[in-house]
Write a protein that binds this ligand. Structure first.
Ligand SMILES: Cc1ncc(COP(=O)(O)OP(=O)(O)O)c(N)n1
Ligand SMILES: Cc1nc(C(=O)O)sc1CCOP(=O)(O)O
Length: 451
């Protein structure tokens, strides 16, 4: 018989399906994958849902929910499980009865109402959840409103959250209770954990972004890390970091509450590696091309940004540390390729991406009339900006000139430019920048200029 268990951990979600892919089992499975855990599913209800509303709910018969749990537990095995939308008292009762037969860690997300205001657990089922499932729970993860309902207390401050977390744990027999701070006022979003008689706080900056499915993804991240054998406190720490990133990088889709992005956790490091490797290769190729006459006095840089929505500031753009310079008769990168190594070109490419997100790479060259003429002759789209036209309020803002210039040049061209130049200013060298989708695309345009 195959024995994969030592190599891959498994996590089970017992929850509803969200056709919009933002919450429920869809969010849970993405989260499990993001942490390298194999996801298992017992669907409790099918919802016709989007970012605006829940249009219809079809509940799965309790015995079919139980069969799903048994099917995976008995063949594949479960290292940790979570519950989400349980919909009605019969499903809660059946799930609680079944889970008592297994001893894996269990995270209970007491989902009651969706962000769009639709009931996801009947009023009558709340008592059953508390009496029959909470005593089996390693952790219960209510938000402020769910915790108010469960404890009968009003929660406004962290002190209120501490009192409520302790009361819920002591009255229900749950081993741990974490009250999420998303809806509790304050500069930071602070989650309050009560576990085995102790309190702990988890703090992260309150960020703007996409929040549909945050409760589901947060509890799934804790579950995945419990499946991997982390302690509860380590699992929550990672889940907090993960969910903050997921909110900031959420995809702005739909017209209502946009969904959190669980895959950012996996995708950002993967994209960073791709960007780093591609740029390193292109910088070596640029050195081999050796265009000594095109290196500006201040040096050249060659940059490549992460894709949107991950490219937000200069630390998301790779460049050459110390730039690329003329060294005798050759062109040499001074330092290695690093994220955050460019300032000017990073700002240029980030602004360019606001208009053309697919254009993620740039290289600056010494400006000359000849270079611009050649670019036009070989069919590149050329545009420019004039630093003397820069509005005083832009000039007064540190770092605003280049983004303003790039925007001005793109608007002037009326289409996607391949090369943007400016003629300099007092103490500022004239410059030409080639833009492309990838560093190879930039080198292709450069080779047209070198022909
Ligand atoms: C099927 C399903 N399960 C859970 C929810 C709740 O999602 P949401 O309303 O975004 O709230 P949090 O997951 O962030 O607590 C749902 N809408 N659908
Ligand atoms: C100094 C400078 N000015 C440029 C301009 O376009 O005006 S490009 C450039 C060189 C690259 O700088 P970095 O290493 O900060 O990206």
């Amino acid at each position: 018989m195959r024995d994969l268990r030592p190599y891959v951990k498994t996590a089970l979600t017992i929850a509803g399906s969200d056709s919009g892919g933002g919450a429920g089992v869809e969010a849970d499975l993405k989260t499990f994958s993001a942490f390298g855990v194999h996801g298992l599913v017992a669907v409790t209800a099918v919802t016709a849902q989007n970012t605006n509303s829940i249009i219809a709910v079809h509940e799965v018969p309790p015995e079919v929910v139980v069969k799903q749990i048994e099917a995976v537990a008995e063949d594949i095995g479960v290292d940790a499980a979570k519950t989400g939308m349980l919909s009605n008292a019969e499903i809660v009762r059946a799930v609680a009865r079944t889970l008592k037969r297994y001893d894996f860690p269990l995270v209970v997300d007491p989902v009651m109402v969706s962000k769009t205001g639709v009931t996801l657990l009947t009023e009558g089922a709340i008592g059953v959840l508390v009496d029959e499932l909470f005593p089996r729970a390693t952790l219960v993860t209510p938000n402020r409103f769910e915790a108010e309902k469960l404890s009968g207390m009003t929660i406004r401050t962290l002190e209120d959250a501490r009192r409520a977390a302790r009361a819920i744990a002591e009255e229900t027999g749950a081993e741990g209770v974490i009250i999420k701070g998303g809806h509790i006022e304050g500069g930071d979003a602070v989650d309050v954990l009560y576990y085995q008689g102790h309190f702990r706080e988890y703090r992260a900056p309150r960020v703007e972004g996409c929040t549909h499915g945050t409760g589901c993804s947060f509890s799934a991240a804790i579950t995945a890390n419990l499946a991997k054998g982390l302690s509860l406190e380590e699992a929550i720490s990672l889940a907090k970091e993960f969910i903050t990133l997921g909110i900031v990088t959420g995809h702005r889709i739909g017209h209502g509450h946009c969904p959190v992005n669980p895959i950012a956790w996996l995708e950002i490091p993967a994209e960073k590696w791709r960007v780093y490797e591609a740029l390193k290769k292109a910088v070596r190729e640029f050195e081999r091309m050796n265009p000594v006459a095109l290196i500006p006095e201040v040096g050249a840089n060659f940059v490549y940004a992460l894709p949107k929505p991950y490219a937000r500031d200069k630390k998301d753009v790779a460049g050459v540390k110390g730039r690329i310079v003329r060294y005798g008769r050759s062109v040499k990168a001074v330092g290695p390729v690093e994220f955050g190594a460019s300032d000017h070109l990073a700002r240029a490419v980030l602004r360019f991406m606001d208009f053309h997100p697919e254009v993620r790479s740039a290289l600056n060259l010494r400006y000359s009339e000849g270079l611009v003429e050649k670019a036009e002759k070989v069919g590149l789209v050329v545009s420019f900006y004039d630093r003397r036209e820069e509005p005083p309020e832009v000039k007064a803002r540190e770092g605003a000139t280049i983004p303003w210039g790039i925007e001005t040049a793109i608007r002037r061209a009326g289409r996607r430019p391949d090369l943007i130049y400016h003629l300099g200013d007092w103490g500022k060298e004239p410059m030409a920048i080639i833009f492309g989708e990838t560093p190879q695309d930039v080198l292709r345009k450069l080779s047209l200029l070198l022909k």
